[in-house]
Design a protein around this ligand. Structure first.
Ligand code: GLY
Length: 581
């Protein structure tokens, strides 16, 4: 162990410069996909193909994002959806940015204690399974707001490929089958879901078989013909509300009629000269990524190196402090005052650094604010067009296949996003997050998210489009991809593939992917007091998708010879693809 991270700051610049000027030497990752005119990176190759076709025909990145959003609802049913919610971060060619919030809202009949029994204890499964777990869905209106404000193509043209895929079906490949893994029993409990996503004998589909979704094709056709009213005011809302009432849910037609998309100012910060634009509340993502980056800016990560005990210690402690703020202060901006200015302040980051002992692990319990008692399936896609408009979208059903229910006749899987609220202060949710009052359930409120669709620019030009699924880990996965490119000189493919670590304040554990840390590093971290372990409950961490502009890595960008667009789909994904033209 060196004496202290802070003592070596002066060497960092030299190390960083030498890593930038060296020619690209690849690690154990495939080459990024290269293109000159446009790039679409998604978790399912057919959706990527559809997005790139939109770009080739002259549609812009927002058009492609809408077409991809509808396509993933068909070909990536574990997370792609029109029955959930999401966020879209846009950076236009002129450098202006915006953010669309089309996340779920709590039904009007929702109450703070709706998941507790009469003794005040959480009722297992109530916030994750079935209709009581469902928030009012946003993607259909979200895509339409994006398209009508910033797109150039008619809805009918953008939704048509998704309708065709649902109607004619698509051939399932190994990556598709993997995304159904472990869901047979759950999907089997809902007859409408089982009729679509399982074979007539109740068994899961196999490679080479075709998934046809006739009801979903009909719902998408209605949206294509009648617009968003078909979903929010017409037969689709009626069918969902009826199914909810039949199965103990609380969704009402007025919840759908009143649903509105919010256009918000994205969160912005600067990290070592790079401008980061990401998700504001009701996401915690952008704020917490920026807070962690602000803390880490004071440490010479490039010099200390990827995976060294000092780098990892600084990351863990920055994450620990930032997740306290996430879990205890943030919530829907229409309901709570979010302390954004404080959390993004570089002076606040310096204050946090002052509390970090360079030789010793912090103690999460010691950071417990006074009065505070003690899924994984989302999907992200990244798009950039010929003009340089960049779009990052993360959207989700929350858990894999959401609440595991399909309203009969609609073909639409519904979310279990209500679990992202604080069902009971101090009790962990699906992602082990221990949260507070700011994120308590209220009618019409949006649960706090970690989704972090992020666009990085440098010197006024787009540099990186990045994001990931992964529940509470979305934030650290996206953060680590940024650090891997900027501090560690990795190319975009290596940056999304590299093994990761995660800390979220509570539980007070450092989770690592297999091989993320060498035995030597683990020993050093343990000696500092960190409890480092592989989380056996997460077989695959979130699958990031990213684009780097001007070269595959900082080294190639500095040499000036790189491809304009460099796309990378996480090697953890079986079905995804980066497609360019
Ligand atoms: N449901 C995951 C998130 O929004 O953070």
């Amino acid at each position: 162990m060196r004496t202290s991270c802070l003592n070596v700051l002066t060497f960092t610049l030299v190390a960083a410069l030498s890593s930038v000027s060296s020619s690209a030497v690849r690690a154990a990752s495939p080459e990024p996909v290269k293109a000159e005119n446009g790039m679409v990176v998604t978790a399912q190759h057919l959706a990527s193909d559809i997005g790139v076709e939109v770009l080739k025909k002259g549609g812009n990145a927002v058009d492609a994002a809408v077409a991809v959003g509808y396509a993933l609802a068909v070909v990536y049913p574990t997370a792609g959806n029109i029955g959930g919610g999401g966020f879209m971060t846009i950076r236009f060619k002129d450098g202006k940015t915006t953010f669309l919030d089309f996340r779920e809202r709590a039904p009007a009949a929702a109450t703070k204690a709706m998941y507790l029994d009469d003794k005040g204890q959480l009722v297992d499964g109530l916030s994750t399974e079935g209709y009581l777990a469902v928030g009012v869905p946003g993607p259909v209106l979200g895509f339409e707001v994006a398209r009508s404000r910033y797109g150039t193509r008619p809805l009918q043209e953008l939704i048509a490929p998704a309708i065709a895929l649902a109607k004619d079906g698509f051939r399932l490949e190994q990556g598709d089958i993997d995304s159904f893994d472990g869901e047979t029993e759950r999907l089997g409990k809902d007859p409408a879901a089982a009729a679509i996503f399982l074979k007539p004998d109740g068994k899961p589909f196999a490679v080479g078989e075709t998934l046809v979704q006739a009801d979903l094709a009909a719902s998408l056709s209605r949206i294509s013909e009648k617009g968003t009213d078909a979903f929010y005011k017409g037969p689709i809302a009626d069918a969902i509300v009826k199914a909810s009432a039949d199965k103990g849910g609380i969704l009402a037609k007025t919840d759908f009629e009143k649903y509105a998309v919010r256009e918000l100012e994205p969160v912005k910060c600067n990290y070592r000269g790079y401008d980061i634009v990401s998700s504001p509340p009701p996401s915690s993502g952008g704020v917490i990524i920026c807070e962690i980056l602000n803390v880490l800016e004071g440490y010479p990560l490039s010099y200390l190196g990827y995976g060294s005990a000092e780098t990892v210690h600084a990351m863990i402690e920055a994450m620990r402090h930032a997740y306290v703020d996430r879990n205890t202060t943030l919530g829907d901006p229409s309901f709570v005052e979010n302390p954004i200015a404080k959390l993004l302040d570089k002076a606040y980051a310096a204050e946090i650094r002052g509390k970090i002992d360079p030789f010793k692990a912090g103690v999460s319990q010691a950071l417990m604010p006074e009065g505070f008692a003690e899924s994984k399936e989302t999907t992200h896609y990244s798009i950039i067009d010929d003009e340089g408009n960049a779009v990052a979208v993360t959207y989700t059903l929350n858990g894999s296949f959401g609440a595991g229910v399909v309203a009969p006749g609609t073909g639409i899987l519904l979310n279990n996003e209500m679990d992202d609220f604080t069902a009971k202060p101090g009790a962990p949710n699906l992602y082990g997050l221990v949260q507070g009052e700011a994120n308590a359930i209220a009618p019409g409120k949006t649960p706090l998210s970690s989704m972090s669709p992020t666009i990085v620019s440098k010197d006024g030009k787009p540099f990186m489009v990045i994001g990931s699924p992964g529940g509470a880990r979305i934030i650290t996965i996206t953060l680590e991809a940024i650090l891997n490119v900027i501090d560690h000189g990795m190319n975009i493919q290596e940056a999304v593939d590299a093994p990761r670590i995660h800390h979220q304040w509570l539980p007070d554990k450092v989770f690592m992917e297999p091989y993320a840390l060498s035995p030597d590093t683990r020993k050093l971290l343990s000696a500092m007091g960190h409890d480092v372990q592989i989380d056996k409950s997460w077989s695959i961490w979130g699958q990031a998708t990213g684009i780097l502009v001007g070269g595959e890595s900082l080294a190639e960008i500095s040499e000036g010879g790189g491809a304009r667009y460099n796309g990378a789909v996480d090697s953890r994904i079986g079905a995804g693809a980066a497609r360019g033209y």
